[in-house]
Design a protein around this ligand. Sequence first.
Ligand SMILES: Nc1ncnc2c1ncn2[C@@H]1O[C@H](COP(=O)(O)OP(=O)(O)OP(=O)(O)O)[C@@H](O)[C@H]1O
Length: 650
Amino acid sequence: MSDLDHDLAAEQTHLTVSREALRAMRERAEGLFATGNQVAGDAYAAETLGRTLAMRVKELADDPTTPLFFGKLSFDGTEHAGHTFHIGRRHVTDAVGEPLVLDWRAPVSRSFYRASARDPQGVGVRRRFGFATGELTSFEDEHLNRGEELGTRSTILTNEIERPRVGPMRDIVATIQPEQDELVRAELDESICVQGAPGTGKTAVGLHRAAYLLYLHRERLRRSGVLIIGPNSAFLRYIAAVLPALGEVEVKQHTVEDLIGHVAVRATDSPAAAALKHDARVAEQLRSLLWRRVRRPSAPITVSDGSYRWRIDLGPLTRIVDDVRREEPAYSLGRERVRSRVVDLLLRQSEARGESPGEAWQRKMGKIGPVAAYLDEVWPVVTPEGLVAELLTDPPEGFEAIAWATPPRSVKTAKWSTADALLIDEAAGLLESVPSAGHIVIDEAQDLSPMQARAIARRSSHGSVTLLGDLAQGTAPWSATDWRDTLHHLGKPDARVVPLTIGFRVPEQVLELANRLLPSLAVDVPPARSLRPDGRLIFGKVGDLAATAADALTEPGSVGVICADASIPSVIATLTAAGLSPGGPEDDERLTVIGATLAKGLEYDHVIVIEPADIVAAEERGLHRLYVVLTRAVTALTVLHDTPLPAPLA
Ligand SMILES: Nc1ncnc2c1ncn2[C@@H]1O[C@H](COP(=O)(O)OP(=O)(O)OP(=O)(O)O)[C@@H](O)[C@H]1O
């Protein structure tokens, strides 16, 4: 046996021992789960404990297809000199608590991603492991102490990048690159905006950052929560498995629409109305409409509590309104403040008479007729829907386009649009303050409208955000052209904007084609360098579709046919007639037909794009859409067209 074989055998043994230990950890957790009910003091404690233990059992699940560890650090310097650590997806300890595998997020593991020949951080040798279906098959050493460093030339990194893609997105924990790691491990209180060309790992970075923050601030974030926001449900489905694979099973993933909720969407807006409703100026209109409801009182109050009659003059009543207004509370809180200050005045009069009425008396006085009438006059009850209905019934100058064609009979029967739901959320935020999440990761953030950004800002007022996006991929009418604007609406104006420039998905030739569109996209973004010199770019006629798809399916990996949304039925018909069975973005078929508007954030091994000119013509920012579509390919891009290619590509 050579030294290398011997080393590999020893590592395989370590893997077997670690798997065994993880199984034992899981069995212990299951045992605790089973007895949890008996040890907990009461039903509430039992439930909490049960939930924690059930979560722990889930977290300890071993996925036999992914390796328990992917790297090893052998230290010859710092306080760790003489120690070796295996780095994996989670801690694994043996029966006496000795670590067999260190979590990739532990402080020591940082050197796995950051140590270099120039700055070895005490690491003598960094070892990366190659795996096939969960079995350890090879390793690659860098003797940092001898100045050896592979960087992006690592075969294990190359294999990982070139691996055929099938099914949902996977974690990249074994091969996070230094520029990515710096973002992943940024502090919890730091908000960051990542500007990265297609395939530079923005989504991956955001998800790993969520996992990292949860590891470091588990208790705090369990209470306040970490949210992931993505553009649509096909995308959320695509990324759904990444965090659970990293042991994080509790993170909620939403689109902006389902984050907001409030009302069922049953109407659509004209483009002009939608544009105004997504504009931050409409927030100002709602605010002033709301605060115009607050008035000074017109008469003093006289109240009888059965034994005495109390009177409050106009002067103090006016002062209360003015004071509370100046304090700028959320509107509904303001109303309660006014109420309690009136009751205070009554209480003081009563005390001056030598009485000391209790809470029940105060509650009664707060609701008594004259006090309620005063409140309704100076600070009336407002509902979010009511406020928005008022705006849409009679919009101010310059906002005529948002007017309802026919106002509904009542607020209850109103049909709301997606953008109305945003207005209602804005109004709700003026009425009551919204609980803040600890951290929010927002993907495809270039498409956030100012009003959507404000909705997220309300939910992260005490937390931080990671914004991920690419200005060149902005396809909404309100897409950002400058990150500072989005950050301003998000309430994080000082966030760092950091570029990612190494492309892990799109092959060089394909990127070169897509980049020809960049000068026409009117954005200033740093170009990316592709790590994939090995791709293929093919042009053909639309009539070649079935043959191209059939051919692509003979190779491993996923095949995505992307066309203008209107062409989906005919594309499916062509493929089906040829005996292929394409699925949609929600299915698990190897062959997927997907409309251009849903392709954002997704990737396929072989992408077949049908009629780029149709994709461009279908919408206002069609060239941006085409840029998104052309950058979905991992290995091969086939462009099929009968009409001439859009000018920048021809
Ligand atoms: N460090 C890495 N090691 C291996 N693969 C990586 C690494 N970083 C990213 N990738 C892979 O590159 C592909 C693109 O990553 P990701 O989807 O996160 O990019 P993106 O910047 O969000 O792209 P887009 O702008 O198209 O949404 C994914 O398959 C991802 O797994």
